[in-house]
Design a protein. Sequence first.
Length: 351
Amino acid sequence: MTYALDSSIDTVTFQPLGSDKTMTWKASLSANYTDGMLILHKGQIVYETYSGCLNERGKHAAMSMTKSLTGLLAEILVVEGKLDSTAKVDTIIPELKNSAFGSATVRQVMDMTTSLKYSEDYADPNADIWVYSKAASPLPKPSGDKGPNGYFEYLQTLKKDTINHGEVFGYKTVNSDTLGWIISKVTGKDMTSLLSERIWMKMGAEQDGYMTVDAKGVPFAGGGISAGLRDMGRIGQLMLNGGKINGQQLFPSKVVENIQAGGDKKAFAAAGYKTLEGGSYHSMWWVMHNEHGAFAARGVHGQTIYVDPTAEMVIVRFSSFPSAANSKIDPTSLPAYQAVAKYLLNKDREK
């Protein structure tokens, strides 16, 4: 990666959602508990800063940005004809026949429109996410514990809700781990190995990435990656370039075209995401459907890869925002991203 740093980005101003006051880009970094921020424009690094727990040699939890890499691998397999997105899950994973996932299609899993009795409310100590997390722990289970051990055992316990698959978007990490299982069944490789072979080893990564696993060694396809800031920037650049980086086409451009097109807006709207109105979710990427055609990988506590094709811009943020919910951080981040995009476009016009 080459540098063309632009210190003027710090002075870019924007108006946070729901506010009548303006804020500078630099002020937004501390407001959002930013640990690392990278901006790429036309393939060059124009902004890079580290604070808090992170430096340029460090790695940071990517959290649910991992989901988007799982979705990317699945979309690659679909475009290459190795995975049928219309197939029922139980035809690929017989072990899930009696679970809620068995009757869902692969696409419904990829777009998280499955009907599940499952709560992922991190603020609720009794939510299903904590039972799921206990099953996922790589540590030895307590004596007498009769709960599921590992992601795959837990997925088999989930029951269907009363609505039909495909009707409503529901952000539930268990979909990502089911997709990771589907990927491993289709390819004969776990997600970590496939990601390494298809993407990481070929994109010019400067550091190894790491993936957490359960007690049986199954990778956490829903949130297990830790990586360096610039390497996540390479992922964003790969998406911006339609699967091409360093002169190599790592996967067909149709993969990114499919993701950018987005998912079912009606199903997404039913979920009530106020800061993402008009958006959708497709192949585990958040699609903004804004005037710049932006789409993003997102994770709790503020993790983001934001791709803006119109401005030829990629933003990567690692953050330690106190609240898990991105709805708390979106009002000062989404308009900030759009403001920087407009600044870069105006700068290009002035040349």
